[in-house]
Write a protein that binds this ligand. Structure first.
Ligand code: ADP
Ligand code: MG
Length: 397
């Protein structure tokens, strides 16, 4: 079929032609926006899930939802070993500009505080050329959000910005992707600041997305984090939702699938959004005509798997050192239920497969955790962050 009209969009953060199965989250976020802008207490959303389930895409959609209500928004992606101060400053700068506020002096003041917060990044005694600011030209306001203690500074900054937003009757929303990669000090500061502003009823929220262990990261930092955030597990699509993700965009191009083709596609994708897009894209290109049949799916499967092997699995596998790859393969071998894509395995069992002491393997395990290839939801157990990764590794062997 005509590749130019192929509607599917495999790729990290690629907006899907049809956002299937997320109505509940979209509705919940509408309620959050409405309540928060009225100064009502409300928990913010945090999206969690494996790689490729659609967290980034959903986060971007929630952001658009906030923009449509006239909120000021900003977004950042956390990275391991990168302090929050600079990227957060940029995101908040964007949010303040988007918010639009009639009174110039008040905006200038808030931006001056934001500038002080951001310039504190290089340390108080840093040379001028090491200083960094997100391009804020407002005069520096000293004595607020610039103590150097990120927790104190963040509470002060968000309180001021929340106050600014409150005067507009709208709000500010900051979106943080890959939130599990924030450092412990930053997580703690962020929770403390969210706690503070929610108690004062200020219309500022932090919306996060991250791997399944993100709730554990947050509650290890502050026990009250469970009361601050409403966790939404983002998961694979049901059969009906996966069908909709495929058939709605096809119908717009006057194309369709036979029921058997949809069944074969669901068996192959397991309803994982990334796989739905990847298989949809390949089968469309290879099928001779509409409707796409089960036989077309059979023909396309090796090609779709090959592309996933390079793009989705391979790109991650490449990031592991030889020792870490041994560890990953041992994990795949030790996983109790190979068909459970989110199944976890005991680290002791991985060590047993490799005939090593668990302590000897901790450097490999820690490196893989840091690279985001595996996660640990409970003590002594680990799992792949990428669905079907174990299967991919077993097929490589
Ligand atoms: N609800 C959905 N319906 C259909 N496709 C989706 C949906 N959510 C995400 N996708 C597709 O899945 C892929 C991965 O999305 P992404 O947001 O990058 O996942 P994550 O951030 O969880 O790793 C993209 O190709 C995207 O188009
Ligand atoms: Mg993502």
């Amino acid at each position: 079929m005509d590749p130019i009209r192929n509607p599917y969009a495999p790729g990290a953060g690629q907006r899907p032609p049809e956002l299937a199965g997320r109505d509940e989250q979209l509705r919940a976020f509408d309620v959050v926006l409405e309540r928060v802008s009225r100064g009502r207490p409300e928990r913010s959303l945090v999206l969690t899930g494996l790689r490729g389930v659609g967290k980034t895409v959903l986060l971007n959609t929630l952001r658009s939802q906030a923009v449509r209500r006239g909120w000021g928004t900003g977004k950042l992606e956390a990275r391991p070993d990168q302090p929050l101060r600079r990227p957060l400053s940029s995101a908040l700068h964007q949010a303040v500009r988007e918010l639009g506020h009639g009174r110039e002096e008040e905006v200038e003041h808030a931006l001056g505080v934001l500038r002080a917060f951001s310039e504190r990044a290089a340390g108080g005694d840093a040379k001028l050329r090491d200083r960094w600011s997100p391009g804020i030209t407002a005069p520096l306001v000293r004595g607020r959000a610039d103590s150097g203690d990120v927790e104190i500074d963040l509470v002060e900054l968000l309180t001021d910005l929340g106050g600014l937003a409150g005067e507009t009757g709208r709000g500010i929303a900051v979106f943080i992707d890959e939130m599990q990669d924030l450092g412990p000090d930053d997580v703690s500061a962020l929770c403390a600041a969210c706690h503070e502003i929610s108690q004062s009823g200020l219309p500022l929220i932090v919306v996060g997305a991250g791997l399944p262990h993100l709730p554990a990261v947050l509650s290890a930092s502050k026990s009250y984090s469970e009361r601050l955030f409403a966790y939404q597990r983002i998961d694979r699509l049901s059969r009906a939702e996966a069908d909709r993700a495929l058939t709605t965009p096809a119908a717009e191009e006057d194309a369709g699938f036979t029921p058997e083709a949809l069944e074969a596609l669901y068996a192959a994708t397991g309803g994982y959004p990334y796989f739905v897009q990847a298989y949809g894209k390949t089968v469309w290109d290879l099928a001779p005509a509409s409707p796409i049949t089960a036989a077309d799916v059979d023909v396309a499967t090796p090609e779709a798997d090959r592309e996933l092997g390079v793009g989705f699995f391979g790109s991650r596998y490449e990031r592991a050192t030889p020792g870490e790859r041994d560890y990953l393969r041992a994990m795949a071998e030790a996983t109790p239920d190979p068909d459970d894509p989110a199944g976890s395995v005991a680290t002791a069992d991985v060590a047993a497969v490799l005939a090593r002491k668990p302590q000897a393997l901790s450097p490999a395990r820690d490196a893989l955790l840091k690279k985001g290839l595996i996660y640990s939801g409970e003590r002594g157990r680990i799992a792949f962050t990428v669905p079907h990764f174990g299967r991919y590794l077993r097929e490589q062997a």
